[in-house]
Design a binder for this molecule. Structure first.
Ligand code: TYM
Length: 335
């Protein structure tokens, strides 16, 4: 079977970008015949950005409840917390020792930190942790430990998946066998990058997100705060580069989207357009919001589900793989 795998970093409240970029395509993919799916909470990754224990824990719970509310069935899909599979960090070291440092130098997140330091007149690596630098190797370990074929992600993660392929290839080459197959990013072209309230990529770091499960009234307020140009009703609007239009497209049917484009050309007022956007988002989110609220009220159940998933996954795949890899690289297996 095809193996599909993806994760979300537990560093905040899940937003519409995480939903359309990762959760929704992943759940759709998991329902395809002969697919084995692996969906997890990237809590080790969260330590890079959010060094706040209470926030990491709360975020883990919220993101787990989001997956479940969106329809993930833990009896059919591997659902787990990254840190519950400690073999991942061991594999990370094996990959670290074949990964080219030059490749990591080019990672977007690391480069952005260096560029910012330069702009501020600081040393290149001022306040940059080794964790940020090594981020792509940990992500490669997440993917390779279960030999995933497809990784549904937003466009911002493509580079990381290319790096995972590169590290896999090097490892295979050095250790003389196809230990790992080469994973591919699966990008939903309709929503490759969902814009946020200000038109830039929706991202916690830009503070421009629409959280998935805010109350209806707040969702409406947020939708009405999306930045538009100052064209009046009756003036033709451009769909090109319109955040409002892109958000609509991510939640509407193709027919609805065509109708919306026609309304733009006909000069729909921004207030009307925002109301229509709110309607399609609310239509999809409302049933999930109810399930989410039930789930989040029972954190003990979520905890049990995660722990059980991680435990079974270790026994089935992670422990046996690391045993083989330890042999392959010349380390001793205990017991
Ligand atoms: P993270 O937590 O930043 O984002 C989770 C997923 O949401 C997608 N996403 C978006 N998609 C479309 N439009 C947006 N505005 C938007 N914002 C976020 C991201 O592309 C991602 O798919 N490193 C990863 C987590 C991770 C992972 C992995 C993913 C760790 N290990 C292994 C896949 C496989 C991250 O920080 O994503």
């Amino acid at each position: 079977p095809q193996r599909v795998l993806t994760g979300i970093t537990t560093s905040g409240t899940p937003h519409l970008g995480n939903y359309v970029g990762a959760v929704r395509p992943a759940i759709t993919a998991s329902r395809a015949p002969s697919t084995e799916s692996f969906y997890f909470l990237a809590d080790l990754h969260s330590l890079i950005k959010a060094q706040d224990p209470a926030r990491t824990q709360r975020s883990t719970l919220e993101i787990a409840a989001t997956w479940l509310a969106a329809g993930l069935d833990p009896s059919k899909v591997w659902f787990y917390r990254q840190s519950d599979v400690p073999e991942t960090t061991e594999l990370m070291w094996l990959l670290t020792c074949v990964a080219g440092k030059g490749i990591l130098n080019r990672a977007h997140a690391y480069k952005a930190a260096v560029d910012k330091n330069r702009a501020d007149g600081e040393d290149d690596d001022a306040a940059v942790t080794a964790g940020l630098f090594m981020y792509p190797v940990l992500m490669a370990a997440d993917i390779l430990i279960f030999n995933a074929d497809r990784v549904p992600v937003g466009r911002d993660q493509i580079q990381h998946i290319e790096m995972a392929r590169d590290f896999a290839q090097r490892f295979n080459h050095v250790y003389g066998r196809d230990w790992f197959n080469l994973p591919e990013a699966a990008i939903d072209d309709n929503v490759a990058t969902l814009p946020g309230l200000d038109g830039r990529k929706m991202s916690k770091s830009y503070d421009n997100t629409i959280p998935l499960f805010v109350p209806q009234a707040q969702l409406k307020k947020l939708v009405f705060s999306i930045l538009t140009d100052s064209k009046m009703p009756g003036e033709a609007k451009s769909t090109d580069g319109s955040a409002l239009f892109q958000l609509y497209q991510a939640f509407a049917t193709p027919d609805e989207t065509a109708g919306f484009a026609a309304a733009f050309a006909d000069g729909i007022g921004w207030g009307d357009a925002k109301q229509q956007l709110f309607d399609v988002v609310e239509r999809e989110i409302a049933p999930m919001r109810e399930r989410y609220e039930d789930l989040i009220a029972r954190p003990g159940d979520i905890e049990d589900t995660l722990r059980d998933g991680g435990q079974r996954l270790r026994e089935r795949y992670a422990i046996p793989l690391l045993r083989e890899l330890r042999d392959a690289v010349g380390l001793r297996n205990l017991g």
